[in-house]
Design a protein around this ligand. Structure first.
Ligand code: URA
Length: 228
């Protein structure tokens, strides 16, 4: 199967992270040499940011005010991954700046971190209309961007907030309640992934804050001894 934008990313050096249903190798005919640049590491932050800013790979580009790339310390020990921009994020071009973002900041502050220390990004870079769930094809289109962000940051730990982030990052359909408390790994570098509830969910269900606190302590424990 040949996917034009995918071929382009491979050519410029982005190793796409895709749901299992999209098989990257099939784009390369048998017995041929993969493109020389088809390695991770060939595309830098500026190139990646430019690709995202001009992205029109899925229909979401039509409704956006702007793309929401990611924010924070590009050499962070912790990376926080959420779902997709909401209205406020779409307006300001920065992830987690609305009410849920304020709660995320408070969650991080509770374990001694501020948002400048971590790197924050989403599964999707464009806002889905009416904050609906991302569609699989939108996730597939956006996935190489997040994958490259993770490679560039190379964090010690990923905190996946919410079901959409956790399931898409880890390519599972396990309910979030069962993912909490487990340790997952992402990618060839086997970056530890901790799953917790989304701050927007906590705004609706404040009683669950206790569980998030446990998850955060566990995440902090994992990186203990490593300054973040
Ligand atoms: N929710 C998310 O998952 N990400 C954002 O950037 C904002 C709200």
């Amino acid at each position: 199967m040949s996917v034009p934008w995918l071929d382009h990313l491979l050519t410029i050096g982005v190793q796409p992270w895709l749901p299992r249903s999209v098989v990257v190798d099939e784009a390369v005919p048998e017995n041929s040499t993969p493109p020389a640049a088809a390695t991770t590491g060939a595309i830098d932050w500026d190139e990646l940011a430019a690709l995202v800013a001009g992205c029109e790979r899925c229909e979401l580009h039509r409704g956006r005010t702007q793309t929401v790339f990611g924010v924070g310390n590009r050499a962070a020990r912790w990376m926080v991954i959420g779902e997709a921009p909401g209205a406020e994020e779409d307006k300001r071009g920065e992830p987690f700046v609305g009410r849920a973002g304020q709660l995320l900041d408070a969650m991080l502050a509770a374990i001694g971190l501020d948002r400048q220390q971590v790197y924050i990004a989403n599964i999707l870079k464009c806002r889905p209309p009416n904050n609906r769930d991302p569609r699989p094809e939108e996730v597939t289109c956006c996935a190489p961007y997040l994958q490259r962000q993770i490679e560039l940051v190379a964090p010690e730990l990923i905190l996946a907030v919410g079901r959409i982030a956790a399931q898409n990052l880890l390519q599972v359909d396990t309910p979030i309640g069962r993912m909490r408390g487990q340790l997952f790994e992402y990618g060839p570098r086997r970056i530890p992934v901790i799953v917790t509830y989304h701050p927007a969910y906590l705004l609706r269900s404040p009683r669950e804050k206790r569980k998030v606190w446990q998850d955060l302590l566990r995440a902090r424990q994992l990186t203990q001894g490593i300054p973040v």
